[in-house]
Design a binder for this molecule. Structure first.
Ligand SMILES: [Zn+2]
Length: 325
């Protein structure tokens, strides 16, 4: 082949190669843009474009001032959310500390008419934020209002906007066989306890499940009212040491311990019984919103002790560290 022909065909090959490279780069860029477009991005309270969030915060502020809760500042916390409810209210949570281990999860307002539980958890978020020593070597996740639709209703409701009791909707192993049956037979179809048409059918339930999956908490505290006791579920191999610890806490707070067991679709069943996570239910003595501050003072020491209770392992292999000398 004449030399100039080789030169021309080399040049042609080079051109073709660079054309191919341009196409590959173009395809790469296109895929990257597509990927970024569909990546779930957290929305923070300072993101002015999140209109659902802004609307939610202002509805929340209104309700908070109606109850006279002047010392909790939802706007001062960096919230994250990925889901919204039936009424388009964001399901918010906040994280303090290193989320890679040793996590404790706090839940409030699972039942929308249990008003002081919402105060308690917003107040706790403010308190933890102001006391960084608390999360120096651990992670604290707080979801202060799991059922905002129930809480923000003109007359607050236990159930969510679809009429489902979030604490009967978890996808526990006994849900299919027992949830609806128990609701009909034992619950006499009381609408306040309706477990839903399917397990985990509700955004509020999926929200709690996703927090458990993401943070793998060793301990969970869920606040309820007005039954006035502590209840717990957890690793059956270590319930004795947890019970001993609980008995001490009950003495100190003068708040009784009652083992009521768990229901099909309840958090105690899903997290405590089935996943071996120490799950503590704090039932406040009343649902009176004016007593929120009083309850925070009363239970703050035991909440801090719960945060500091030394536990090792990740679910389902968690164990209380016996630090008695
Ligand atoms: Zn409740």
């Amino acid at each position: 082949m004449p030399i100039h022909h080789i030169a021309v065909s080399n040049k042609y090959a080079r051109n073709q190669r660079s054309k191919r490279q341009r196409i590959v780069w173009g395809q790469c860029l296109f895929s990257c843009l597509l990927f970024l477009l569909f990546l779930p991005s957290p929305v923070f309270s300072y993101d002015s474009s999140a209109s659902d969030f802004k609307k939610y915060m202002s509805a929340l502020e209104k309700q908070i001032s109606r109850y006279g809760w002047t010392d909790i500042k939802p706007g001062a916390i960096a919230w994250e959310y990925y889901r919204t409810t039936e009424n388009k209210n964001p399901l918010i949570f906040t994280t303090f500390g290193n989320s890679r281990g040793n996590c404790v999860l706090f839940l409030g307002g699972v039942h929308g008419d249990e008003l002081p539980t919402v105060y308690l958890m917003f107040k706790l978020a403010n308190y933890v934020k102001d006391n960084p020593a608390l999360f120096k070597d651990k992670c604290i996740v707080i979801a202060p209002l799991v059922n905002p639709d129930g809480f923000l209703a003109a007359s607050p409701t236990r159930v969510n906007a679809s009429g489902v009791d979030i604490n009967r909707n978890f996808s526990t192993k006994d849900w299919q066989t027992s949830a609806i049956r128990q609701w009909i037979i034992k619950g006499k179809k009381n609408k306040r306890y309706y477990p839903g048409a399917k397990p985990s059918s509700e955004q509020e339930t999926q929200f709690q499940i996703s927090l458990i999956k993401r943070f793998k908490p060793q301990k969970i505290l869920s606040a309820h009212s007005p039954l006035n006791f502590f209840d717990y579920d957890g690793p059956s191999s270590d319930l004795n040491s947890f019970e001993q610890w609980m008995e001490q806490i009950c003495k100190e707070t003068n708040h009784p311990l009652k083992k009521i067991g768990y229901y099909p679709g309840s958090l105690g069943n899903y997290a405590g019984h089935e996943r071996n996570i120490f799950t503590l239910t704090l039932e406040l003595p009343s649902s009176d919103p004016r007593r929120g501050s009083e309850y925070f003072q009363k239970f703050q020491p035991s909440i801090l002790k719960f945060i500091n209770l030394p536990v090792v392992g990740s679910p389902p292999h968690v164990k209380i560290v016996n630090n008695e000398k």
